[in-house]
Write a protein that binds this ligand. Sequence first.
Ligand SMILES: [Zn+2]
Ligand SMILES: [Zn+2]
Length: 308
Amino acid sequence: MRKDYFRDYYTFVTKRDERRIEEILPPSNGDYETCPFCPGNERLTPGEISRVAKGSHWQVRVFPNPNPITAEEEDAPKIPWKYEKTESYEEIIVDTPNHFQRTHQLEISELKILLNVIKERVAEVEKRDNVEYISVFQNCGFWSGAIDRHSHFQLVAFAKTPPKIKEKIHQSSHGDCIYCHIVGKEENSPRKVLENNSFLAFCPWAPQQTHEIWIASKKHLRNLNDFSDRDTLALAEIFKGALQAVSRISDDYSVIFNIGPKGDNFHFHIEIFPYYNERYYGNFEIKEGYYWVTHTPEQSAKIYRGEA
Ligand SMILES: [Zn+2]
Ligand SMILES: [Zn+2]
């Protein structure tokens, strides 16, 4: 990976875009016949790591990512700037055997199974050498940048925690946790969307994407391993509710699980946003850290609550 001239930012150069071009072509009706994520095509993926069986096939299936986003750059010029060997590990978690099903269409019991698989995989991958931080995320649908149409989550384990995450962790694990404070305040705000005994779903005060929504635990849970069975069920319920709300805006969305790095005390939360108006970030937002949205988070919450 290429390191920024002087900051702690890294760039991976991958060949994934070549596949994206294929995806831009009109979908063939039978693409599930060659989809490596569909039951019956298991031979098309690298060796299976785990599965949750259902009937004659499976509900959730995990295998190493055949097209890692953090792949080593071939023949990278190593001077004069810094090139570091990529220390990462990636898995694909296919959350449904159905080629056309999206995550928001899963039953709560199926989402609970998925969450338990993510929990197990994070616990397992954390034990590997050179793993400090694990990112679990989903890009769902074409406008999210997803290369494969079949719904899936990605797990990427890094040897270093990214700087943007470090900043969040610092605020979460030193002194009073900022996320506990945020949840306490947003619980009674016009930005609240949904809640149950363990979790709150709300639109953040200063969103970085239009209609962004967060799910945070009401008590300070570090990561899925801290969750009781009841917490996991409560998360499955609110995750379903939040995704259904998001799907009213768009079927294409991104989900990021904010899970604490090994040994840290990061407050677990999920960030979700729909691809609204098919809009991507421009340079202004990426480079300068100023964002703009077309709806206030209070309006977004109203739409999500079905009041607008
Ligand atoms: Zn498929
Ligand atoms: Zn907290």
